[in-house]
Write a protein that binds this ligand. Structure first.
Ligand SMILES: Nc1ncnc2c1ncn2[C@@H]1O[C@H](COP(=O)(O)OP(=O)(O)OP(=O)(O)O)[C@@H](O)[C@H]1O
Ligand SMILES: O=C(O)C1=C[C@@H](O)[C@@H](O)[C@H](O)C1
Ligand SMILES: [Mg+2]
Length: 167
């Protein structure tokens, strides 16, 4: 399918950018985390706590597979950890045009203050963000058809840049 797929680290703006692209382009917006939360009627944190991370990852893969079969073109934001799971590699490529919102650990640290994500729980959020970003950035880069940097220019300009690069 030829969806528009927004990827990037936690706080990179996948939801905000995805929603805006969908309204500009007249397409439905789908946030994979939200699809799962709705289906399970539980927060991401609760799913991690009750069933464990591998279970959440399996739900992500199921959701992506269903979206590949969805014939209505959409803007889709993927969970930040989804592209990192090897089992999803072949599916992401089948989803559509991938837009990577790249950014610095400092940008994400500021945006993620008070965030409830299970992977950033506890002390030293800054170190956790740096370590995860270092590991994940090359993976996001590998999937990107379009790569833009978030946190350096105003939101409106970022949207214009992405829209000018879309096929
Ligand atoms: N280009 C931008 N400039 C400034 N702030 C932004 C920009 N994009 C997003 N933000 C802000 O950063 C925060 C995180 O954005 P958003 O929730 O869209 O990120 P996300 O990638 O969906 O995060 P998550 O992985 O946690 O779902 C929000 O407060 C949002 O308004
Ligand atoms: O970065 C991650 O691995 C995650 C990000 C969130 O969007 C959720 O998908 C979940 O908390 C895992
Ligand atoms: Mg989001």
């Amino acid at each position: 399918m030829n969806h528009i797929v927004v990827i990037g680290f936690m706080g990179s703006g996948k939801t905000r950018v995805g929603k805006r692209l969908s309204s500009d382009l007249g397409l439905t917006f789908v946030d994979v985390d939200k699809v799962i939360v709705r289906k399970m009627n539980m927060s991401v944190k609760e799913i991690f706590q009750r069933f464990g991370e591998p279970y959440y990852r399996a739900l992500e893969t199921m959701t992506v597979k269903a979206l590949i079969e969805d014939k209505e073109k959409k803007v889709i934001s993927l969970g930040a950890g989804l592209p990192v799971q090897e089992q999803n590699e072949k599916y992401i490529k089948q989803l559509g045009t991938v837009v990577y919102l790249k950014g610095s650990a400092e940008t994400f640290r500021k945006r993620l203050e008070g965030n409830n994500n299970p992977l950033l729980e506890g002390d030293n959020q800054e170190e956790k963000i740096k370590k995860l970003l270092k590991q994940r950035d090359p993976i996001y880069h590998k999937f990107a058809d379009i790569e833009v940097v978030t946190g350096v220019k105003p939101f409106e300009e970022l949207i214009k840049e992405i829209e000018s690069k879309l096929p």
